[in-house]
Design a protein around this ligand. Structure first.
Ligand SMILES: [Zn+2]
Ligand SMILES: [Zn+2]
Length: 71
């Protein structure tokens, strides 16, 4: 994807945008979904994961809580 198309999903910033993996197929999700986040919000997401160790999977048959932290 072109760099110009990457915007932080939280704040819309185009500075230092990184791709964050929401869940992995290995965790039982049908898709390896990613979201673009700036460095600040990417860090915040990982801090949250470290505290909660949970992912809400919205791609399956229903909302599921996932236990694995991914990047
Ligand atoms: Zn951001
Ligand atoms: Zn990440």
């Amino acid at each position: 994807m072109a760099a110009g198309g990457r915007l932080c999903a939280c704040c819309g910033s185009a500075e230092g945008v990184e791709e964050h993996h929401l869940y992995l197929k290995a965790d039982g999700c049908p898709d390896d979904l990613t979201v673009f986040l700036c460095h600040v919000h990417h860090g915040q997401v990982h801090e949250m994961h470290a505290l909660m160790r949970l992912h809400l999977c919205i791609t399956g048959p229903g909302p599921r809580l996932m236990g694995a932290a991914v990047c």
